[in-house]
Design a protein around this ligand. Structure first.
Ligand SMILES: [Zn+2]
Length: 265
């Protein structure tokens, strides 16, 4: 559909995926192949500001725009994904957990029993000097939908202020941790001055996509290059697509059979 933009959602890029994080970890080799495919296909990575300016009718977009996002700000991304992006002159957005910058991903500890190092402020500033962008992923990575208004306000406002203080510019883009948000959280996102917020709802970001709950396309560790290509066109892996087509065919046959039976009565 014209105006529909894929917003890719990555988490971790590392040569040695931890078993507990395998689904969320793409190897540098797979990531390089994916970026090569984007370059070969004529995709041009843009920023969220570019997207909003386009939606406000203030600026055009390249013919094949795409947005590359990374949630959480893992240190490995700086080491393994950034050089691959730089080699292609691709920009990307890194959503940082402001209260844990330079520390570790302690929010996954209770569920997965591990934590991973997160990039520090120097790395974040260096990324921005190199043409990348940082956004907020809150202060401590909570499920915003489960917080009361005061706690939600604190997570959103404090993280924006801390990022702005440490990065030296306005920060107006957010990604919801765990994709968790509610009407109340969304209202606080507006109140605290964010201009966009990425969800984890699967889909392309079309012209009518809620700018405070943007759809994204997840890229997972087990995806083959063919899966990645399939996701770029359908949001689904090859297997997911075939499964949905098969289900669609079964439903079609069932409806056809029922209609035929109805007529034969
Ligand atoms: Zn996250």
């Amino acid at each position: 559909m014209r105006g529909s933009i894929p917003i890719l959602m990555y988490h971790q890029v590392s040569p040695k995926p931890l078993p507990a994080l395998q689904t969320y970890t793409v190897t540098p080799k797979a990531f390089a192949a994916q970026m090569a495919w984007l370059a070969l296909s004529g995709y041009v990575p843009i920023t969220l500001d570019n997207l909003l300016e386009y939606r406000n009718g203030r600026a055009p977009l390249p013919s094949r725009p795409i947005i590359i996002t990374f949630d959480d700000g893992f240190q490995d991304i700086v080491e393994y994904a950034v050089p691959i992006l730089q080699a292609r002159r691709f920009t990307a957005v890194f959503y940082l957990v402001a209260g844990l910058v330079g520390k570790s991903s302690r929010w996954i500890l209770p569920e997965l029993g591990i934590e991973c190092p997160l990039m520090d402020w120097n790395a974040a500033r260096q990324l921005e000097r190199g043409g990348f962008h940082c956004g907020s992923h809150t202060m401590s990575h909570p499920r915003l939908a489960t917080l009361d208004s005061a706690a939600c306000l604190q997570e959103l406002l404090q993280s924006r202020r801390l990022l702005e203080d440490c990065l030296g510019h306005e920060v107006r883009h957010l990604a919801y941790p765990f994709g968790s948000f509610s009407d109340r959280a969304r209202a606080i996102v507006i109140e605290t001055g964010y201009r966009s917020a990425c969800s984890t709802q699967k889909g392309f970001s079309g012209p009518d996509d809620d700018r405070l709950a943007l759809h994204r396309i997840p890229v997972k560790g087990q995806d083959s290059l063919l899966d990645f290509i399939c996701r770029l066109h359908t949001t689904r892996t090859v297997k997911e697509l075939l499964r949905s087509k098969a289900q669609h065919s079964r439903q079609w046959l069932w409806r056809k059979k029922r209609t035929t039976n109805d007529y034969s009565v």
